[in-house]
Design a protein around this ligand. Sequence first.
Ligand SMILES: [Fe+2]
Length: 337
Amino acid sequence: MVLNNIERIKAPSKDMFYREYILPQRPVIITNLFDSSSLCQMDTLEKARTELTDIQVQVCPNYIANLLNATSADVPRMMNLCEYFDFLQAQPTSLDICVEYPTPQNLLELLPLNLYQDLSDESDLYSNMFVAGSNNYAHLHYDADQRNVLMFQVFGTKRFILIHPSETHKLDAIDQPNLCRTSGLFLENMSEAEKTDFINYTNAFDVVLYPGETIFMPMMIWHYIEYLEPAMSIAYRLGRNQYNRRLAQLFPAPSVDVQSLSLLLMDETVARSHHTGWLNKLENISSSLHGSESDRLAALNYLCLKIRGQYLGFEPIKSMRELTRRQTILEQATLYS
Ligand SMILES: [Fe+2]
């Protein structure tokens, strides 16, 4: 049972979108953002198969499933959309997916972003795409780049469960180099009743996105996505302000501390007046430590933990993993200081 607790609205003005949704980091579904684009007409798999046949995409195994089971070929492969649709038809249970693939220019031209593209640095905006069959999923995670995202549903339906970073302490975040930004909780293995309990516990947003609709996913929000049928989406990842961009460049694999700190920088005016001190300090430490990469990271991790405590405080620790993470940061800090 989907909770359906995200508001659906017509596209608001740029100012209103910034004020009412981006700044408060409030997810919303915009029902008509791309109504005049030609991609809006390709709202079924059959139409997409006819009209988008030659679009080249990269297909690879589902990251988490492959990591846990290693059942499918692990080499990404290029094919056109028609070949991929044929593959899904022949192997409907396959978890091979086109994920976060840079949207080919000829496809992007069918979906021009005429509103909101200049809310921030336009040169920093980019687009990627997603296609997969029924029962595929994106494991619960947050993205690294600190961009706000507008995700347009071309055809098929997807369920989105979104969880605000203020709930991170409930999500058993994994902090290994190959699995950072990833929850240790497996919604893909939960029953519907378990999912409902989990959604209530984490105050999550839970919605099904339909063709023609665009969901706004605030930066660094946790997201778990289910493909309810074969589906295709195209995301516009909006340009960042200079402060989020600098923090993202320092941390290509952002910890939960960096996730928290990123939200402090969201409002450019506030970031300029209150947060340039610690950001400069992080950059200085990063560039001044010329020893090993692990020493540099240990210093940065320690500083992030301290800054987070100073500005935001901490929620109670709810997982062994988080306890170990903080103990390790503090232990390593004493080694370099
Ligand atoms: Fe993602």
